[in-house]
Design a protein around this ligand. Structure first.
Ligand SMILES: [Zn+2]
Length: 263
C-alpha cells in the first residue's frame, strides 16, 4: 500500500510541508485505540444519546495537524511528563471508583504538562489560532519559556463520562446562569478535560485553574494538591457539563414551555 502523504500548513509554526499525524492527546496517554473519526469541532451538533458517526480511525484521536518537526519536538519535550500526569489521574480515578472526594497529591512537571496542553489546543483549532496568538507559538516552541500573558487562563477537570469534546475558540454561555459569556476552547479526553479562556472567566466556576503551571522551570518536578471536579461532557457545547439526565429533563421542560406558549 502506498503511504498517503498529507501536506499543508503546520498549526503551530505555520510552515507549509508534509504533515504528520498528531495524536491528541498523545498516543501513550490512553489514545492508542481505534476511535470513530471525528473532524475536530464536528461533534457540536450531536445529541446526548448520539454516537459519533464516521469511519473508524485506527490510530486513535488526532489529525494531520503538525509538521514533522513540531510533532517531534513537542513529543520529545513534553510527551512523557504529560503521559505521567494522565496516568496518575487515571490511577486516582480507578482507586476512588470514579468518585474521588479527597485532595490527592500529584507529583508532576508543571511546565511540560501545560505546554503539552497548549500544543493540543493548536491541533484542535484552525490555522487562525496561531495567527491570533503568536505568544502561544513562542510558549510551545521554546521549552524553557515561562509565563503566559494574563489574557490566557487554563483550567482542568476530570472527565470520564460523555463524548470527546474538541471545540475550537467559541463564545460559551453559562448554561445554568444563562448570562455570562466566555471565550474559550475546550478539549476533553479521559481522564481530563481542559479549557483555555481568552480575556474571560470560564463559563463554569467548578473547573480548576492551572495557569500557574507556567511559572515553574522546565525541569521542576513538584508535588501538588489538586482538587478537581468530575464533569461529564455529553454535548459538543463548550462549557456544558450537564448530566445526561439534566439534558433530557431540560429538553422536556423546553418542549412543554413551547407548547404552553402555543396554547
Ligand atoms: Zn511546525
Amino acid at each position: 500500500m502506498v503511504k498517503k502523504k498529507y501536506q499543508g500548513y503546520c498549526r503551530i509554526c505555520g510552515e507549509f510541508g508534509d504533515l504528520s499525524f498528531e495524536h491528541v492527546p498523545p498516543r501513550s496517554a490512553f489514545n492508542n485505540r481505534p476511535v470513530r473519526y471525528i473532524n475536530f469541532g464536528s461533534e457540536l451538533v450531536l445529541g446526548p444519546e448520539e454516537q459519533v458517526k464516521g469511519p473508524i480511525q485506527r490510530k486513535g484521536m488526532g489529525g494531520y495537524t503538525l509538521c514533522v518537526r513540531c510533532n517531534n519536538i513537542t513529543g520529545h519535550w513534553y510527551g512523557s511528563q504529560f503521559v505521567d500526569w494522565c496516568y496518575q489521574a487515571m490511577n486516582i480515578l480507578i482507586r476512588a471508583e470514579g468518585k474521588p472526594s479527597l485532595i490527592y497529591l500529584t507529583r508532576l512537571y508543571p511546565l511540560p504538562v501545560i505546554k503539552q496542553i497548549v500544543a493540543m489546543f493548536f491541533s484542535i483549532n484552525s490555522l487562525d489560532f496561531r495567527k491570533a496568538n503568536p505568544d502561544l507559538v513562542d510558549f510551545v516552541l521554546n521549552k524553557d519559556k515561562l509565563y503566559l500573558s494574563p489574557k490566557y487562563r487554563i483550567f482542568v477537570y476530570y472527565n470520564i463520562e460523555g463524548n470527546f469534546r474538541t471545540t475550537g475558540v467559541t463564545a460559551a454561555m453559562n448554561i445554568v446562569k444563562g448570562k455570562k459569556i466566555s471565550l474559550l476552547t475546550e478539549l476533553s479526553y479521559p481522564p481530563f478535560g481542559y479549557i483555555m479562556t481568552f480575556d474571560s472567566e470560564p463559563s463554569d466556576n467548578r473547573v480548576f485553574e492551572i495557569t500557574h503551571f507556567a511559572r515553574y522551570s522546565y525541569g521542576t518536578w513538584t508535588p501538588m494538591e489538586l482538587k478537581l471536579p468530575i464533569l461529564p461532557t455529553y454535548l459538543g457545547i463548550p462549557g456544558d457539563y450537564r448530566t445526561k439526565e439534566e439534558i433530557v429533563e431540560e429538553t422536556k421542560r423546553n418542549i412543554e414551555n413551547a407548547d404552553k406558549r402555543k396554547n
